[in-house]
Design a protein around this ligand. Structure first.
Ligand SMILES: [Zn+2]
Length: 247
């Protein structure tokens, strides 16, 4: 168990070391690299999803712009971390990350979300252009408290799929309508999705997103999430193969 924490810590240490980029600092403290390359007007709405504003966004993993979106239908707020000129881009590396409060904020070892998020951000930081969309659909779309209830059922021996079903939810309740709108607002023509999840690819395609390839995100399992990741592989068809872009 100590080993798992140690591994996670060393990953984060590496990220900190490799993250900082030598870029010219401007007088106002912002970086020059990511000036407004994506030319959409604040207030632009597609199918009820509004682009609100974008800001310079230096992070410990690199320099980006952060775009804010508001879905008038659900009143949810979403963000997209954007690097480079993505308008009209083809085969753009894109991660569609669903919010995981327990993993992304608390560093939970029950799942691999935070590591996937960091790997995706680092991948985009290492390329000329790319996007990480952060969707506010906690717990595969069932919400944070229901996710904690499902965790409780898992302590009693149910797997992640059975626990959701016990609570009256499908194993996978996420929807990608808003994601498709965000990608259209950003003007992406085609993308390579950073994902192991064929269901996500199929749902995005159904909303008209042009997915030209897949980039697997492979996180080594730890002692706590081994059975969760095995359930994702066997029962939810997740594919951890490293063999590039086959769909
Ligand atoms: Zn998670």
């Amino acid at each position: 168990m100590g080993g798992a924490w140690k591994d996670t810590f060393s990953i984060n240490q590496n990220l900190e070391v490799t993250a900082i980029e030598p870029e010219t600092e401007q007088l106002d403290g912002t970086k020059r690299l990511e000036e407004s390359l994506v030319l959409i007007e604040p207030g632009t709405i597609i199918d009820g999803v509004e682009f609100v504003t974008d800001v310079n966004f230096p992070t410990r993993l690199g320099q980006f712009r952060l775009y804010g979106f508001y879905d008038h239908q659900t009143e949810e707020e979403h963000t997209a971390l954007v690097r480079g000129d993505v308008r009209g881009a083809q085969n753009l590396p894109v991660r569609v990350h669903s919010e995981c409060h327990t993993g992304d904020v608390w560093g939970s070892l029950r799942c691999d979300c935070r590591e996937q998020l960091e790997m995706a951000v680092r991948y985009v930081a290492e390329h000329d252009a790319g996007i990480v969309v952060y969707m506010r659909q906690e717990g595969r779309g069932i919400g944070l408290m229901n996710k904690l209830r499902a965790y409780k059922l898992q302590e009693l021996g149910f797997d992640t799929v059975e626990a959701n079903e016990q609570l009256g939810f499908p194993a996978e309740a996420r929807d990608y309508r808003v994601t498709a709108c965000i990608l259209r607002l950003l003007g992406v023509q085609s993308l390579e999705l950073m994902s192991n999840n064929p269901d996500k690819i199929e749902k995005l395609k159904a909303y008209g997103v042009n997915i030209s390839g897949r980039i697997p995100i492979v996180v080594e399992p730890n002692a706590h999430n081994q059975s969760y990741m095995e359930t994702k592989r066997v029962r939810m068809r997740h594919n951890y193969e490293r063999d590039g872009t086959s769909l």
